[in-house]
Design a protein around this ligand. Sequence first.
Ligand code: NIG
Ligand code: FE
Length: 414
Amino acid sequence: MSKLFTHIQELVGIETISRHKVSGSEMKELHTIKDAFLLIENGLIADFGAMDTMPMMDIGSVTDASETIILPAWCDSHTHIVYAGNREQEFVDRILGLSYEEIANRGGGILNSAKKLQETNQEDLYNQSAKRLEEVIRLGTGAIEIKSGYGLTIEAEIKMLRVIKELKANYPIEIKATFLGAHAIPLAYKNKRKDYITLLTEEMLPLIAAENLADFIDVFCETGYFTVAETISILKAGKKFGLIPKIHVNQFTAIGGIKAAVENNALSVDHLEVMRPEDIQVLQGSTTMPVALPSCSYFLGIPYTPAREMIDSGLPLALATDYNPGSTPSGNMNFVVSTACIKMKMTPEEAINAATLNGAYAMGISKTHGSICKGKKANLIFTKPIPSYGYLPYAFGSNTIDKVMLNGDFFESL
Ligand code: NIG
Ligand code: FE
């Protein structure tokens, strides 16, 4: 079934030749066409261009889009949307003065979510997660990465990954799955952390690979969580099972994890709130995508990733939500894009590139997602009447999205 949109106010994020990512000063360029047409066939972008170049076509479905801006759907490369319950109490504890680290040290944090998840059956967990997935699709997300890491036992980690597989089967959104068994050392292994790492690499990984449950392997490389040496050994074990590394790193402290990730060909390094000059240097010339998570900085009141310094030194940057119950209970990519402009001094062009094409790269899907390019998936945002694409980050807190298209069809809740 073909769909033709004509007189589009502005078609944003177009590419005539598909690029994998945009870096440095390239990020400032966001290609657009005003008064455009867009042809969609079999769920893919078949053609686009200026109205005055539109070929004659005999198409059943023609829609005037003169009050609509169309842009690629957001590519959210870092989420933890499969979780059980919430952590509102910790939110209040932080308002009253405790830090994220202090809460974690008292048995809250990731271990709190792990306990809740272990007590929740797969069906309940699926239902809670599906609700979040539908919410973020309506907010414009057209491709998403989802991590395990709130299980921390063989059964519970597998349960999380099976929920992700079920979401993949039931929703038209592109989903990538990440095994994050190394999210925290479970209480039962507090004094035998080596044994937990052995469980992870020798028992969990073979089971996950046998069921084909994950694309990527992730580690929380941070003081109090996993050391750089442990991170390297876990990433290497994952690679043996075909899982591509991506890590949580430099959130609170800089301990050398970025170098380890780059040396292990990580697809992305995520968080990066605390960056030293050598961390920026080691990313230069690498294939690893740095990923910033500004709503995590907002929610926890920690520094923002130094985007300006990184982009001005020639690096690419992607933006993602980090949607999770502890540090970012929000999956709103529009808020992320706004916050990147307001707090990280990224221009709207840079932020949109970071949240689309570079986000796609951080999931290994930039050949098919992340821009409006012939042959790519028709995963698109259709805006409400707004004056310009810059109005999207400017009008922070307003919902400027009218409809979201996935594989050529407008998304309706299941
Ligand atoms: O990406 N930093 C590690 N993991 C999550 C938060 C986990 C939690 O607090 O539940 C993050 O921010
Ligand atoms: Fe995270």
